[in-house]
Design a protein around this ligand. Sequence first.
Ligand SMILES: [Zn+2]
Length: 188
Amino acid sequence: MKKCKYCQSEIDSKAKICPYCKKKQGPKIVKWIIIGIIVIGIIGAVLSKKEEENFKKEYSQNDIVTYKNVKYSIVKVEKTKGSNQYFQAKEGYEYVKVTIKIENNSDEKISYNALNFQMVNGDGAEASTYTITAEEDIQLHSGDLDAGGKVEGVIIWEEKQGDTGLKLRYYNNALIDKNYTFQWTLNN
Ligand SMILES: [Zn+2]
């Protein structure tokens, strides 16, 4: 004997339908709802992983990249030997000044950090920002952006003069991610 799941009457332990209330003695609906939620969760995780994998990683300098509803763009790239004794590239090198714009089109606050941008040169060597900037430049630091907020700033790297293989990489999480999220190939 067992108890009917619905009316609690004593019924035969093998009964599939309760003779009193006529209800099916299958697993309770709650169980199915929980299973349903888990299945939907798994499907959601698989789809978002797929979306991540399908995200285009390669761009050219003029492309505006939208990643997680945040727009990243290169406003301009300038190359200079420097302008004064404190801002002077070493022999055979030049400064590559990149003005980057970040626009938060998502509906939540985001954080940005200049260290998420790394430049890779024609030899395949990657480096984070070169810290000194000319006085007139507005440096891109780190901070938060409200929903709808935007910021623009300069990051400077020192690279071999005339390097035609420069690429600017963005890491969504520079501390954890081994592979870049996307990269721009700079114009020559
Ligand atoms: Zn019953």
